[in-house]
Design a protein. Sequence first.
Length: 505
Amino acid sequence: MSLSGSVEDLPLLEILQVVSFCQKTGQLTVRAPAGEAAVVFERGRVVSGYVWDVPGLPRDQPPDGPARELVVRQRLTSILERLVRLREGEFAFHLTESVPEAPGGHDLSGETLSAGINPEELMLDLARQLDEDRRAAAAVLEASFAAPGDDEILLEELPPEEPPAPAPPAGPVVLLLDDEPEIRRVVGERLAASGFQVSTVDSPAGARREMGRLSSAGTPFLLVADLNVPSESGSSFRGGLDVARAASGLRSPPPVLLMAETFDDKFRARARRLGVSLLAFKPGLSKLDPLQYEADLRAFGDKLARDLLPRLEGRRPAPRAKAVPAPPASPGEAAHEDLLRSALEEMQRSPDPDLVAFLLLRTARAFLPRVLLFVAKDERLRGLSGFGPVDSGDSLDLLAREISVPLDVPSVFSEAVATGRPWAGPLPADGPVRGLLDRIGPMAAATGVVLPVRAHRETIAVLYGDAPEGGQVPPIGPLVDFVEQAGRALDEAFLSRRAPAASSC
């Protein structure tokens, strides 16, 4: 067994689960921008480890015995909590016959547990902590710009215009997730007969592993998932949503089709926010008649191959433009670089969430003539603050609190929230963006940007900017980098608030 790849494509929480489930002995090494770390396993249990900025445990403090075991256990728990929050870096797991005592040249023989920690015991708690931190980060941003008055002006929600169906794809890879063997067999066979390369899995965990493998290999694929498979935690039967969420976090997210026997309106809105492109009703009423059920599944597989998967392929995001060397910085660009450098240093000195919220808006102001900051909440973007000209002459800072943008219809806003990717380009002529411009005033703005603020692997806020009076939006590459750094600062801020300092263990 050998695992390696990028933290962006396969979170370390998933790696811990795989190694624990397989009960392997070896070491997981991590190379992050801040330094190196390692976790040592014995038959799937964590027995030792280190992280780049935590000194080793003195051999005589505390002395050997139950007290030292407790201190080592607390230290390892803190290290695991630190690592599962990493957003970038490389990892590799290597099998060994015996427990490594000096991974990366660190002598851990004096701080190795006799009875290791089962990572699966921490999974639910770690996942819960990440979710709580995500909500807390959004709440901090919202509180940072709190203002009296709860009235909202809801932007018009226009139905999406159905794009024309593209030509059938030339045999792309389809990842099919369903816990019913009959569906995997029959539908998989029909798709394969139509020229698709089909990979089938029966659980969200299997889907995550296969998505990580395909993503690491650079293989484009389509994801077809059953909504009602059991979740990895076993707490619900909406595991398809968990897989859609994981897919949206990949470096090149696949188009996603969710299938189920029934859908409700609340689910539809949530699925759109997670980046799901299509919904499909799968056969279910004929299950009591095996022959009829198989015939219905064959017809369903043919419909997928003929109609739905070609449409799904048409929803694939356009590939990112290849980076080209930047020309020498102009005086204005040099001023932007100085401002960004100063703001980053300020965040690093004091990664306080309130300060991060302030710096986000202040830095955006240096790049864009008009900006609105939204928080993602309850399937909407809710305005927090802003600056720049408004048709009515009102203060955009106050007007922002009255505005919300729907996320349950396709738009550049919902796309940015679901995928975490920034957008820049000509402003759409309809939909939520046009509704926003109608409220604050188009003022001859022709181009705009939407920058998602990510914390704990989800979008918690969005910066919208444009250039009124016929101005031009400047290159935003440096601002995109700063927004990503702000998200990481929020991660670190809530980690330091929640977890006990590893160095004190």
